[in-house]
Design a protein around this ligand. Structure first.
Ligand SMILES: [Zn+2]
Length: 473
């Protein structure tokens, strides 16, 4: 083809043929060079109960063949075109003993130019192996996601966490089971939670009955204070907290190296402590984190998890960044059904929606379909509630720091698309501004932020009683 691209060359067939031959020779050399020359740039392991991820980053796309063996459970992957390198050997030491899924990793040169990597698993698993094209700061990535065969149910995780908190003296060995240790303990909110979720319909089902069904009374009857009638509002109020980014996706990075994913998780933990210690109208509140560690959670999965636990609110926590260090102040966003409320809002939504590309979503997994299905289900009611929530949050944040915009803005953030949960995204400050980065790092400001968000959430519920709203949508 390169020969045809030079029609000006006078000689005919003989040298034309030699040119073509030379061309194919170059192509052949090219292939060999790629096969020989792929170098490993970094290896990373991201452990989490939901799934553990292994990432191998290289300067060219790696070709891998995978084999899964069930007994004992292990994933073997032959990676072609590379030789055993110190970076690959590092993987072995990067697996932590408390990794929920990976027991260990072995690497070896299986054949010339083929490295075999064996991931020994702690339990039956459903591994996904896929590649990601270069994006953001990353070159080519080969990813192994090791999901337990029994998926972690967000609701069960929430109940287990509640159990751990309410029964501190109980042995921790059985902490992951959903069995109440003291089922008839007075005012056991876990009992409420279980009873509630046993009767509450799924997000798309019909409204629940006005009175508790016959299975519920044992819990309600044992409440202190002798409330004879268990009303609709007699339940745990669940606030989904969504710390942005995580794992392969660091989010924005400040001039001093502060990573958005770390500070937002810290703020989420502080806010969780406050929520779990708060009641609204006599009803206990409980925080649910869509991400409780340093790992990647796809945007659609975050929404799906919040719906699974039937959250009453969804608060996504982020830190803003801009190309100039001068930009500063907090802002709060709600979903928009039509266009964005400003060019800046649209730009930001696009940037935040890129998280799946940077974090590394397997395009063949079901997460994409879930997200797409939710796309057109947003409702005017949800957006109005979200604007009300955003307004009180913005007011409270304005009391402790500077605001970037005085009103709640709107744009098509993928993570705000739960059709039945008021959802806002809070950009706590500009991490790209050196002053604000320093504030975001400071424990004092993190506490102030968590306090402000807590006050806003409480104020919102005071004006918008949770149950009436959640039953009606
Ligand atoms: Zn963000």
């Amino acid at each position: 083809m390169t020969a045809d691209a030079h029609p000006a060359r006078p000689p005919r067939s003989p040298s034309r043929r030699s040119l073509l031959q030379a061309g194919s020779l170059v192509l052949l050399l090219g292939t060999q060079q790629i096969a020989r020359g792929a170098s490993i740039l970094a290896v990373r392991v991201w452990p989490a109960p939901e799934y553990s991820r292994v990432t191998i980053e290289s300067d060219t796309k790696l070709v891998a063949k995978q084999f899964f063996v069930t007994t004992p459970p292990r994933l073997a992957v032959d990676i072609e075109g590379i030789d055993l390198s110190p970076e690959l050997r590092e993987l072995v030491a990067k697996v932590k003993p408390d990794d929920p899924n990976i027991a260990g990793i072995r690497v070896g040169q299986n054949a010339p130019g083929v490295v075999r990597l064996v991931v020994d698993l702690k339990q039956a698993a459903q591994p996904q192996v896929f590649t990601l094209p270069p994006i953001a700061a990353y070159q080519h990535r080969l990813v192994f996601d090791l999901y337990p065969a029994e998926p972690v149910d967000p609701l069960e995780a929430l109940i287990a966490e509640r159990l751990r908190d309410t029964t501190p003296a109980a042995p921790t060995a059985g902490a992951t089971t959903a069995q109440p240790a003291k089922p008839h303990e007075p005012a056991d909110p876990l009992g409420d939670l279980i009873a509630q979720h046993a009767h509450r319909p799924g997000p798309s089902a019909t409204p629940a009955p006005a009175e508790p069904t016959p299975a519920a009374p044992p819990v309600a009857a044992n409440r202190p204070g002798g409330r004879a009638t268990a009303t609709q509002t007699d339940r745990i109020i669940i606030v989904a907290l969504d710390p942005g980014h995580g794992g392969e996706d660091p989010g924005a990075i400040g001039p001093a190296g502060t990573r958005e994913k770390d500070v937002v998780l810290r703020v989420a933990h502080l806010l969780r402590d406050r929520i779990n210690a708060t009641t609204v109208g006599g009803n206990p509140m409980r925080a649910f984190l869509t991400r409780d560690g340093d790992y990647f959670v796809p945007l659609g999965t975050r929404v799906e998890k919040a719906r699974r636990v039937q959250a009453d609110l969804f608060v996504s926590i982020h830190a803003d960044a801009f190309t100039t260090p001068a930009a500063r102040g907090a802002s709060v966003f709600a979903l928009s059904q039509s266009g964005a409320s400003s060019t800046a809002a649209r730009w930001l939504a696009n940037k935040e929606n890129q998280a799946d590309l940077v974090g590394g979503l397997n395009v063949q997994s079901k997460d994409r379909h879930v997200q797409r299905a939710l796309l057109d289900m947003s409702t005017t009611a949800q957006i109005n509630d979200s604007l009300a929530l955003g307004t009180v949050l913005l007011g409270e944040i304005g009391n402790i720091g500077r605001l970037h915009k005085p009103r709640v803005e709107q744009a098509g953030f993928a993570v705000l698309k739960a059709p039945d949960i008021p959802s806002v995204l809070v950009e706590t400050a500009f991490i790209s501004n050196p002053e604000e980065e320093a504030r975001l790092r400071s424990s004092a400001y993190q506490q102030q932020l968590a306090d402000a968000l807590m006050r806003g959430i409480t104020r919102y519920f005071a004006k918008n009683p949770p149950l009436a709203r959640s039953r009606s949508v």
